[in-house]
Design a binder for this molecule. Sequence first.
Ligand code: FES
Length: 131
Amino acid sequence: MAMTYSEKVRDHFANPRNVGTLEDADGVGEVGNAVCGDIMKMYLKIDDGIITDAKFNTFGCGAAIATSSMATEMIKGKPIEEAEQLTNQAVVEALDGLPPVKIHCSVLAEEAIKAALDDYRSRKRDEIVHD
Ligand code: FES
């Protein structure tokens, strides 16, 4: 059975937004996909509780690239509390859907964002302890 991808998925796959790294990231998260073994690394720049920049790198499939591209666009400019609540379903909806067998790919972006926010928080705690 042929898989069909929405226009938006194809656009974000062909022209992914926010690919790369942030040298001075405030939080970095790396996660692996239990289903396929692909990996995703997410970099966040956070200023005063607001995500001012987000970049990602992935050894993942086209659906992982498209969902991460959309997810980074959705969290930029948002407070960290809001970014933390971003679900893979919300990202999939924003992309007008994914074929069911590719839904697991969308989890990478959500988990990588959460991991990067955890990293940010633990760095903050360290700052407080060491001050
Ligand atoms: Fe691994 Fe899509 S097949 S992320």
